[in-house]
Design a protein around this ligand. Sequence first.
Ligand SMILES: [Zn+2]
Length: 138
Amino acid sequence: MIGASTLEVAAHEAAHGAAAAVLGRRLMYVSRNLTNCGESFSLQKYGADPLDGVVVLLAPIYAAPSSRYLAIRDIGVARALRQDHGVDVSEALSRAETLVTQPDFRRAFRIIEHGLWSRPVLTGDELALMLSLDEETT
Ligand SMILES: [Zn+2]
């Protein structure tokens, strides 16, 4: 197992978190201390496009390319979703590539990434506060 640096894991998880936030999912937590490769969890809004979850899964490929090896597990999950449920992974990749260039994504990404530099776990409540406070000051 490759030992990922804190900065790489923070960027990778921030990409999951920012994609979830921009797509209107409810962030439950973003962390960089579990299993040495971090973990993020968000809930789909009722009635949202089911492909959003796959976009969140694949966003780090484009948003944190220097830590692309951390996405190996995510890509495996996406492949399994394609195989078992016919999920359109190429459409999700295309949406993720576009999403990470949006200003809202860049803003959320920066906030979450910086938060993870000092804290290993950011809860959903903390993330909601961080993302809304920044909005008021910019
Ligand atoms: Zn990941």
